[in-house]
Design a binder for this molecule. Structure first.
Ligand code: FAD
Ligand code: SF4
Length: 462
């Protein structure tokens, strides 16, 4: 008999007033008993709507059945058939819009907690399973991957399994992309990313850090060096600004820079002297997941007051509901229907306030969301000493500007077909570099598709 409880088995969490002062993981994970109880909520629907909601088609009912039976290694093996980074996906995928959004149990009550179960299984395997990975037999063909984010790592892993000799060229010193420099430690511990990357290295994938393609070598030079195909998974790390007065003041950061200083350069750890503002009051401009992460980091770095300044209302706020809920619990103040017009500075060149306008919502715009319109004369000032801009990012133009025949659209995203093939022969691309800022699992899905296309391409040439 399935467990017919309308609610998910709750996930234990650190208390809000404790966790907003540390960088330890917020959600603590299920115990084996909790996981088995939650797994018993699955109805094992014949048509498996949850699977169609998952961009990499994890065999969801099959792995959940194994969890319910206490066969955790079997559950892991089932997940690993289609997902190379389950400990990461279980933590950061927007399941509410994907697998869980399609779960039949969600029609009347809460869906099965597929993400929490995936996380439990992956963590169990890391602690109890074997971490030995078989090195596949080489087929003698070489592929270069640019960027060690989820798209590049997935593409490299799938190609390595097929026997390709894969080299990943990564601009930063640590592989993982946004998983290491963007998403904070309290949502995704970096040790988990390192372990998943370690498995790829065991499979024979060679990772070359501090290699900015387009500067050290160009894509054309990679072909000259003997690589038969190139996958570009260089993400969308170029931050946007509002172009309002005061953005050049000291104390104004892009969210990417702020988060990189904290996550990759470990500004939050004692013993690291990474320069970062010691803020008292912070305004984070934007309403997406990146804004929530920046605000929650600022709080943990010791800021007394942290505002989210967003020009629309809560209904249009794009961040995941769970992240907004956590941010509110941790004391972040939401200034909704407010838009910055000017950042104010003192004689010392430092931020000492942000001037905003109140907004009201008009008719829907091209995005389908109601357009924010300024309320004339409603200007007010928030006293802050730091402003973090989290209003979006786009792909860096470096690679396309140094590669012959590689086309991009007007947003700077590389043009690629559904199979990941770009406009240049032998060059494939996927993830944020093609779609613009999206999600981890979509980037992984694109890496997977491109690996299959690269395999077919190289076979067609030999
Ligand atoms: P990236 O992760 O950006 O990786 C690209 C890699 O390429 C980077 O390591 C970069 O250094 C490298 N690179 C760039 N240029 C070059 C070059 N010229 N030469 C060599 N290497 C290069 N998604 C979710 O699903 N859930 C979340 O909770 C979530 N939270 C997020 C929070 C933040 C703060 C941010 C910024 C994003 C978040 N996302 C989230 C989005 C998600 O992380 C991205 O969609 C995903 O990482 C894209 O993967 P990617 O491999 O395409 O690119
Ligand atoms: Fe189980 Fe939900 Fe998938 Fe149905 S849709 S099989 S209940 S996880």
């Amino acid at each position: 008999m399935p467990n017919m409880s309308l609610k998910k088995v709750p996930m234990p969490e650190q208390e809000p007033n404790v966790r907003n002062k540390n960088f330890e993981e917020v959600a603590l994970g299920y115990t084996a008993e909790m996981a088995m109880e939650e797994a018993a909520r699955c109805l094992h629907c014949k048509n498996q709507p949850c699977v169609s909601g998952c961009p990499v088609n994890v065999h969801i009912p099959e792995f959940i059945a194994k969890v319910a039976a206490g066969d955790f290694q079997g559950a892991y093996d089932e997940i690993a058939l289609t997902n190379a980074l389950p400990a990461i996906c279980g933590r950061v995928c927007p399941q509410e819009n994907q697998c869980e959004g399609k779960c039949v149990r969600g029609i009347k009550g809460e869906p099965v907690a597929i993400g929490r179960l995936e996380r439990f299984v992956a963590d169990w395997q890391m602690e109890n399973g074997s971490d030995k990975v078989e090195k596949p037999v080489s087929n003698g063909h070489r592929v270069a991957v640019v960027g060690a984010g989820p798209a590049g790592l997935t593409c490299a892993g799938d190609l390595a399994k097929m026997g390709y000799q894969v080299s990943i060229f990564e601009a930063l010193q640590t592989p993982g992309g946004v998983l290491v420099y963007g998403i904070p430690q309290f949502r995704l511990p970096k040790e988990i990313v390192a372990k998943e990357v370690g498995k790829l290295v065991q499979m024979g994938v060679d990772i070359e850090p501090d290699m900015v393609i387009g500067k050290v070598d160009s894509v054309d030079e990679l072909f000259e060096a003997g690589y038969e195909a190139v996958f570009i998974g260089s993400g969308a790390g170029l931050p946007s600004f509002m172009n309002i007065p005061g953005e050049d003041l000291l104390g104004v950061y892009s969210a990417n820079e702020y988060l990189t200083r904290i996550n990759l350069m470990k500004a939050y750890r004692e013993g690291y002297d990474t320069p970062i503002a010691k803020s008292k009051a912070v305004a984070v401009v934007g309403g997406g997941n990146v804004a929530m992460d920046a605000a929650r980091c600022a709080k943990r770095m010791g800021a007394e007051t942290v505002y989210i300044v967003y020009r629309r209302s809560m209904e249009e706020l794009p961040a995941r509901a769970e992240e907004v809920h956590h941010a509110k619990e941790e004391g972040i103040i939401f200034k909704l229907l407010n838009n910055p017009v000017k950042i104010l500075g003192g004689e010392d060149g430092r931020v000492n306030g942000i001037e905003c306008l109140e907004m009201q919502l008009g008719e829907p715009d091209a995005s389908g969301r109601r357009r924010p319109l300024p309320v004339e004369g409603s200007n007010f000032v928030l006293d802050v000493d730091t402003v973090i801009m989290a209003i979006g990012t786009s792909p860096n133009p470096l690679i396309r500007s140094t590669t012959t025949g590689l086309e991009a659209n007007r947003h700077g995203c590389l043009v690629a077909d559904d199979a990941g093939a770009t406009t240049k022969e032998g060059v494939f691309a996927g993830g944020d570099a093609v779609t613009g800022a999206a999600t981890v699992i979509l980037a992984m899905g694109a890496g997977k598709t491109a690996a299959e296309s690269i395999d077919a391409y190289i076979k067609s040439k030999n």
